[in-house]
Structures are given as C-alpha cells and as structure tokens.
Design a protein around this ligand. Structure first.
Ligand SMILES: [Zn+2]
Length: 264
C-alpha cells in the first residue's frame, strides 16, 4: 500500500513493516526557470510525479509497500543563484540534511530509501550520500531520475527546431502546465542557448570535456542571460501530461527492483 509518510499516526507507523517498506524521498529545488515558469517548478513537478507514480504503481502492484516522504523543497542550485529568487543549500548543508533524514529513518528500522531526483544538480550529492549511509547505517539508499527525457514519446513532444531543450525549457514548462496552467506566463517566454559553448568542439554542457555551467552561460539569441535551455514557447498542458505519464512508467521497473532487492 502506498501512503504519504506524513499522514500516518505514530501507532500506524509502528505497524509498518520497516524491512520491506520503501521510503520514497522526492528531491526538488527552488530556483529560477526562465521568464515564464515558476521558481518552484522542480517542486511542483516532484509533487505531480509522485501522484502519477502512485496511480501507475498501484495498477501494477496494488499492495506496493511504499511511503512517500514530503518533497524536500530546496536543493543544490548554485548554478542559478545569480537569478532573482533562486535559493540553494551549500553542498555540506544539503549532505547533512539528507544524512540526518536517513539516520532518523534507519533509527526507526527502515532499510530501503529511494531518492527521486527531480533536479539534476542534486544528483552528485545523492550518489555520494547513498554510499555513506549504506556503509555507516546499513541503509540501502537507491536513487531514481524522475524525467524520462530521452524516451521517444517524450522527445516527440518537443517542437521542431527546439534543439537545446532541458532546464526551464518546453518539457519542464509543459509539466508545470499539466498541474496548473496559470503558473506559467508563456507570453514572457524567451529561448535560451548555451552561448559559452557554441564555438568549442568538444566542450559542451554535456560534452566529452566538461565544465560545470552556470545559468548565465545560457543566453537569448541576442545575447542576454536567460538561464534556460531551449524554447519553452510551444509548451502545453497536454505535452506535460504525456511527459509525466511516460516518466512514471519508466520508474516502475526500478521500483519493483528496489522492492525485490535482497537486504542483509
Ligand atoms: Zn527544473
């Protein structure tokens, strides 16, 4: 059975099988997403994702043993801090917050935690942390990437010619619109391209030689820092619904594997 962690009473929590139950912890961020999408885009997507996921998992496995932890609303957003409204933890703060949550869950007997990474900038810390908590606490910390952005059905939602779509672009904006179209101000949207990387042969934001990009590397065609990838102007709620549904379908096999993973 899938329930929200925070909805259980203490007595109900005492009844939970801590060895088999997975605690799913969605990791969001509070950071700029261009002119058009809200600062809480990743948090809004994280909440939508777990709602879609609950429905999808229950269809596959009605008694799936999982508790959904509240979305962690702030993450690692250093790359966006120079744009108004972005809030970030320092890496050491974030590590300790996640570690302390794991430590508390382990203290109560939980053995399996799954981080749902809804902001790519959080991923490196989760990878480091997952090894530490397994070693220190005997807690199995798995991690899942939330968006199936390379899935053909998701790629098919992107407007022709929108080649750089990622952070704050058409896909993320569409997912927010699927939740609440009034949160998106498409009339203010401007496209962004990684201008600092366009004249280099291998050094791309995701090239064979890499440098950590900052949001201001992404500029409008007339050279103004815009901090997003791609052109969000073609975003729609229908596209967002397709992306959310496709992404949660891709998460199901991983969660079934986590359920079946043998623990000591
Ligand atoms: Zn985002």
């Amino acid at each position: 059975m899938i329930r929200n962690y925070r909805d259980l009473t203490r007595l109900e929590m005492e009844e939970i099988d801590k060895r088999e139950t997975i605690v799913l912890i969605p990791l969001g961020a509070l950071e700029q997403h261009g002119n058009q999408a809200p600062l809480g885009t990743d948090d809004i997507i994280a909440e939508a994702m777990v709602n879609y996921l609950k429905e999808e998992l229950e269809a596959v496995c009605p008694d799936f043993p999982m508790l959904i932890f509240p979305v962690i609303p702030v993450g690692l957003s250093t790359e966006h801090k120079n744009f108004c409204g972005s809030v970030t933890f320092r890496p050491e703060t974030y590590y300790h917050i996640l570690y302390d949550i794991c430590s508390s869950l382990s203290h109560h007997g939980f053995k399996k935690v799954a981080f749902l990474i809804c902001h790519g900038g959080n991923a490196p810390m989760v990878q480091i942390l997952s090894r530490e908590v397994r070693s220190d606490l005997g807690l199995y910390a798995f991690y899942l990437s939330s968006g199936a952005f390379s899935h053909p059905d998701v790629k098919a939602t992107i407007s022709p010619g929108n080649i750089w779509d990622f952070h704050g672009g058409e896909m993320e904006t569409s997912m927010v619109m699927a939740v609440d179209p009034s949160l998106v101000k498409l009339s203010t949207a401007q496209p962004g391209i990684p201008s600092a990387f366009t004249d280099t042969r291998s050094l791309k934001p995701y090239g064979s030689a890499s440098i950590s990009w900052m949001s201001e590397d992404w500029k409008t065609p007339d050279g103004k820092p815009i901090g997003i990838g791609g052109d969000p102007s073609g975003a729609t709620a229908e596209k967002g619904d397709i992306i959310l549904r496709t992404s949660v379908k891709e998460l199901v096999p991983g969660l079934l594997d986590i359920r079946d993973f043998p623990i000591e």
